[in-house]
Design a protein around this ligand. Structure first.
Ligand code: G1P
Length: 255
């Protein structure tokens, strides 16, 4: 999932990558760094594996690792990266996997260049799932792609949700969101929420939602991750027939 996020960022023109990880997870960042000894051996032994493992090697000076020492929420994780953010920045939450023609974050970056305001990737979700997301309030017609946001609420109760338009894990944000996060206000689940910081910024700056084009999978839950894998395998021409064969085999056997 993290590799997909990196691929999306590279294909969107992102040049600097800040990984916010928890302690003892440095292996995540080192996965994207050059590992001289191993690569040299594999280069000789297995050309295909070599091209796979080196596909997403990032230049050392473009990778920054930030350790979030305690799990204090998404807003806190982003605040931990503050010293590396000096202008507008993109946020990708890799557990939201999005397959699209134009990379999702690129779609938001393009909107940012048009309007110069923070833009959030949004999508309509089932009404009974609003308590899993940041939900936006808008007066914009539901058919529009670009949506004016007049309020946001993190993981509302079904009855209190102002809409079923949810924030998906893609954001292009202006630097002032970091200042809002510095207040370290605790919100839903006792955590420092990015949604609350964006909400607070509404008093002095507009924020838009953008209904991006793309198929999105919530890989933060097991069935979502499974569905994403089936979708990815079926849509890769070299795996399609074999994947269908495997699926048929198990469907026949058990039902
Ligand atoms: C986070 C955000 C939430 C957003 C969601 C998208 O929640 O806090 O506003 O809707 O990502 O996946 P999390 O999934 O980390 O609980």
């Amino acid at each position: 999932l993290i590799e997909y996020a990196i691929e999306e960022a590279i294909n969107s023109g992102i040049e600097k990558f800040v990984f916010v990880t928890s302690p003892e997870k440095q292996s995540i960042t080192s996965y994207f760094k050059k590992k001289n000894n191993l690569e040299e051996v594999i280069k000789i032994k297995n050309k295909m594996l070599y091209s796979l493992i080196t596909k997403y090697i990032l230049p050392e000076d473009k990778i920054i690792e930030v350790v979030q020492s305690e799990p204090k929420g998404l807003g806190h994780a982003i605040w931990c990266a503050r010293e590396y953010i000096d202008g507008p920045f993109a946020v990708i939450l890799p557990d939201d996997l999005i397959f699209s023609k134009t990379p999702c974050i690129k779609q938001l970056v393009d909107q940012y260049y048009k309007y110069g305001k923070s833009i959030l990737g949004v999508q309509e979700v089932n009404k009974d799932q609003v308590n899993r997301y940041g939900i936006i309030k808008t007066t914009t017609n539901h058919l529009a792609k670009k949506i004016d946001i007049i309020d946001l609420i993190e993981k509302p109760d079904f009855k209190k949700a102002p809409s079923n338009i949810a924030i998906i894990g893609r954001y292009v944000l202006t630097r002032n969101i970091i200042d809002e996060l510095s207040n370290k206000e605790k919100g839903s689940g006792g955590e420092i929420q990015l949604t609350d910081a964006i909400k607070n910024s509404l008093t002095f700056s507009e924020v838009f939602g953008y209904k991006f084009q793309g198929k999105r999978f919530d890989c933060g839950n097991m069935m979502g991750a499974l569905e994403a894998q089936i979708y990815a395998a079926i849509n890769r021409s070299e795996n399609k027939r074999e994947t269908i064969k495997i699926l048929k085999k198990y469907i026949k056997k058990d039902f």
